[in-house]
Every structure is written in structure tokens, then in C-alpha cells.
Design a protein around this ligand. Sequence first.
Ligand code: NAD
Ligand code: WQD
Length: 347
Amino acid sequence: MKNILITGGTGFIGSHTCISLLEDGYDITIIDSLINSSKKVLEGLRDILELTNNFDENKIHFYEGDIRNTSFLQDVFLDSKKKKKTIDCVIHFAGLKAVRESKSNPLLYWDVNVKGSINLLNIMQENDCRTILFSSSATVYGDIENLPFKESSLINPSNTYGYTKAAVENILKNIFDADSSKWRVGSLRYFNPIGSHPSGLIGENSRGKPENIFPYICQVASGIKDKLYIFGNDWPTFDGTCYRDYIHVVDLAEVHKITLKYLLERDSANLTLNVGKGKPFSVLELIKTFERVNNIKINYEFSSRRDGDIAISFADTSKIYNLLKWKPLKSLEDMCKDGWNWQKTCV
Ligand code: NAD
Ligand code: WQD
């Protein structure tokens, strides 16, 4: 079975993807600096697999380190070879993702997200490993008048984080164009991933002050925060709040496995795909659904619009459906129920 290197594999989306791959019998090698996750996630992976008697410790390899450190990356490739677990392909999640921080510390974001990716690609090439699936983001899109966003829509990010994602997409395109017979590259543009594994054993890191809405709702639900501030009720939408395309992280994890399989079945590939449900919900709809399925009241107040927000964002999902015949299975209710099931264990 193939051995897949997962950078950022103890993070939110990475850990769910590890489960999806391990359940199908793949070997996985995780690299993570633990800057936004912890080794406890490895216990969560084990506990989930033990629920179905599927745990095999020889299938999970973990290396703590930073993707900006080339000798560390080279050691991981060499060590894997020595163990007769040569790395066949890479899913690249490792990176920083806070939009506000990216604006105040742009060099850090270029260093981690872009330089880190270049290091990884260099070491992959040196080791004759040329299949990579990259975590991109809907934040790369710029033409907010023409919705839904298609893969061919204008790329024009509005923040540093988005620029770094677009830059890595371009690098992947350039290396593919330079040697298209050898590379298989894919960029998945995620919309708004929320929720967690239904076991409640892994989920999103809820430490610190969340920027995204779902962990914020959970912190209000658990009493860590007094109230949620809804950024604007004067948007040109049905209820005045913004619409977003929320996708369950388990669906998102599954799509990595399916896309990777698609890449591995081809001699050469260069793919960019939106990953969302294609159906947006408003902030108020998200809150009401959370309240209903979890039977908890969320204290909220309307405040002014957040700088850089757009009224509506959602995916045109026809490309991924036509290519992979893939559709997300889980509902907004599932996202709210499973997400809270994890978050309440974190208090
Ligand atoms: P996360 O922070 O939970 O996971 C990222 C992981 O990368 C963390 O475990 C972190 O410790 C690790 N990491 C960070 N810098 C590193 C470095 N220099 N070297 C090694 N490891 C490092 O975030 P996530 O939500 O799981 O996001 C995964 C990827 O998906 C990121 O690239 C993110 O930009 C992208 N993405 C996320 C979202 C979202 O809303 N969560 C949306 C679109 C795209
Ligand atoms: C959703 C809605 C807010 C917090 C961001 C990144 C994007 C991607 C996903 C990584 C918006 C409103 C939020 C709060 C609120 N991440 N909100 N009160 O802005 O769509 O996208 O995360 O790639 O790059 O930009 O998601 O969860 O921050 O916000 O009212 O306390 O919730 O205004 O309308 P967003 P979000």
C-alpha cells in the first residue's frame, strides 16, 4: 500500500484526512511542527481506529519538525526509505491560516506558506516523488459580483494569506509546465470547513481567540466567551447577514482520498478543484441550526461589518462532481452536531 506524507497532519483537516486514508489501508507519514496542534491528536487517531479494530501502529509515522527546515525534510524522506516505507506522494496541509495575522505579519506567511512549500517541492523532486495535493482556499477568488465562484473565476486575493495560497498554486502550475510528463499536482480550494469526526475524538484546535465563526460559536456555547458578535446585519442578503458555503470536515477529508487516487491513476495531471457544498447558509441560519440540533442558546449581538468580508461566497461544484462524481454527504445539522460534540470535550 502507498505511503503518503501528510504535512500538517495533526491539524484540523489533516487529522481527519489521516483517518480517511488509514481506514482504507494506506500508510501515512505525518510531519508537523505542532505550532497549531498537539501530539494528543495521534492518540485521537489511534482511539478512532480502535473503535473498528483497525489500528496498526506500523502504519502511522510521526516526525515533529518544520517544513522550512530542508535537512529535516530530507531526513524524513531518507528515514522512510530506510524503513522500506518510501514516500509515494504528499498531501500538503502545513501552513498558517489566520487572515488578520497574515496582514500584520506578511513575511511570516510568505516564509511558512510559500518558502515552506518550495522547500517541500525541492526535496520531493530530489527524492523522485512528484505527486502532491495542496490545500488551497476559496480566499484566492476576487470577482465577488459573479457567483458562484468557478475554478476559472478571477484570482485576486484581498489579503496576504490569500496571496500566499495563490502563489503556491502558481508554483505548482509552473513545475507542472516545466516537466508535465513527471508531475501530478492538485490544488483543492476549500470553502468553509467546519464540524468534526462524529466520534468527538479529534476536531479543530480551539485554543486561543478564534477568528472563524464556528469555533467562536462553540466558545460561546461552552461559556468561554459571553457573546458572539455578528459582523453586520445590513448586508444585501435575505436576512442581512453574510452567506458562506460550509462543508463538513469529514466530507472534505474524503475528497482528499478520492482526488489523490485520481492523481495516482494518471501518468500526469494538473488539477484545481473547488470543494464546498455549493449551497450557502447565512450566519443567522448557522446559529439557529446550531441552537436547534444541540439545544443550546447562543448569545449574540450585531456589530459592524468586518473589514475584508464579502456578502456571499459559495462554490460552483460542477467541476469536482463531473470529474470525480463526488458530492458532500453531510448536512449543516451534522456539522453543528459533530462540531459541538468535539468542542464540548475541549472545555
Ligand atoms: P491547522 O492549523 O489546524 O493545521 C495546520 C497544521 O500545520 C497544524 O497542525 C500546524 O501545527 C502545522 N504547521 C503550521 N506551520 C507549520 C510548519 N512551518 N511546519 C510544519 N507544520 C506546520 O489548519 P487547518 O484548518 O487544518 O488547515 C490546513 C490547511 O488548509 C492550511 O494550509 C490552511 O491554509 C488550508 N485551509 C484551511 C481552511 C479552514 O477554514 N480551516 C480553509 C481553506 C484552506
Ligand atoms: C464566516 C462568516 C463573518 C466570526 C475565512 C478565511 C478563508 C477560509 C475560511 C482559510 C463571515 C462572520 C465570523 C465572528 C461573525 N480559511 N463572523 N462573527 O471569512 O468566510 O473565511 O475562513 O482558508 O480564507 O477568510 O470565514 O468563519 O471567518 O466567517 O459574524 O466572530 O461569519 O463576518 O460572514 P470566512 P469566517
